[in-house]
Design a protein around this ligand. Structure first.
Ligand code: HEM
Length: 248
């Protein structure tokens, strides 16, 4: 949303993005330099970087193949591997067979809605809600965080209990007002299906491809769930949860 692009500079997102791009660029440059080293191992000559550097040296492409082209192609290869994979990845169809994972995602959105105060809205006419008169043109903030923890609707509201979402008809599409991390009604979030697919497939793959363990000495109950105040709810402190590639 270009009109709120300035937020990215304000919350440090842009500088993080720039730092990440620069790190990625250094990594790719290192990879290319290793392949240009005269003492490189024989095996490097036949891999994708070696072949592209050879094409560049022989000038056998119809355009001037630069190191930037090579870097861009290396990134695209990683993206294609991630998206298409070789059936070593979990896809959207598999997700339908994972009710526990879906319940965990739903319970997480209940306790930690990404937009705790939703998007501000403005009333068009005077109205009365629970005896309170709200005048027209008032800015209304919906406390999605508070609704998700309301003891009137949720038993043990502050506890993370994904099992409550199994066999429950409550969904997050905006028809059940006790769980509205994506809003409700005509102005509800149109990105809902995309986000849910991304979060579920993303989480499933992280769990599928890595073993996760708490750092030595940290117990499950010690996991720090504090969040920073703001428009969204990022973790206050990093989660010490080292990942181990199961294929390594
Ligand atoms: C975790 C991710 C996301 C969350 C939690 C979220 C949540 C929300 C919420 C709470 C609203 C306000 C709904 C209301 O007032 O009833 C909203 C509006 C909106 N969202 Fe999302 N959203 C997410 C991602 C996305 C994505 C990926 C897109 C685009 C592809 C998107 C597009 C929009 C748009 C265009 C609106 C304004 C709709 C309108 O005013 O008519 N959102 N979102």
């Amino acid at each position: 949303m270009p009109s709120i692009g300035w937020l990215d500079s304000l919350n440090g997102m842009r500088s993080r993005l720039e730092r990440t791009c620069s790190k990625l660029d250094s990594f790719l440059q290192e990879l290319i330099d290793e392949h240009l080293n005269p003492n490189r191992p024989e095996s490097m000559n036949g891999d994708i970087v070696g072949i592209m550097l050879q094409l560049r040296q022989e000038q056998s492409t119809s355009f001037d193949l630069t190191q930037d082209h090579i870097k861009a192609m290396l990134m695209a290869q990683a993206e294609i591997r991630g998206a298409v994979g070789n059936k070593d990845i979990v896809n959207e169809d598999d997700i339908q067979k994972l009710p526990c994972l879906k319940a965990i995602v739903k319970e997480t959105f209940r306790l930690y809605p990404s937009a705790p105060l939703s998007v501000p809205r403005q009333t068009l006419a005077n109205c009365i809600i629970n005896g309170h008169e709200i005048q027209s043109n008032s800015i209304v903030y919906t406390n999605v965080w508070g609704i998700g923890r309301d003891p009137e609707y949720w038993e043990n509201p502050n506890e993370f209990l994904p099992e409550r979402c199994l066999n429950s008809s409550v969904d997050m599409k905006g028809k059940d007002f006790q769980l509205i991390p994506f809003g409700a009604g005509r102005r509800g979030c149109p990105g809902y299906s995309l986000v849910l697919a991304m979060v579920e497939v993303g989480l499933a793959n992280l769990l599928y491809s890595f073993d996760w363990e708490l750092r030595f000495g940290i117990k499950k109950d010690d996991i720090d769930t504090q969040v920073l105040p703001g428009l969204t709810m990022p973790n206050k402190n990093d989660l010490p949860l080292p990942a181990k590639n199961v294929y390594a």
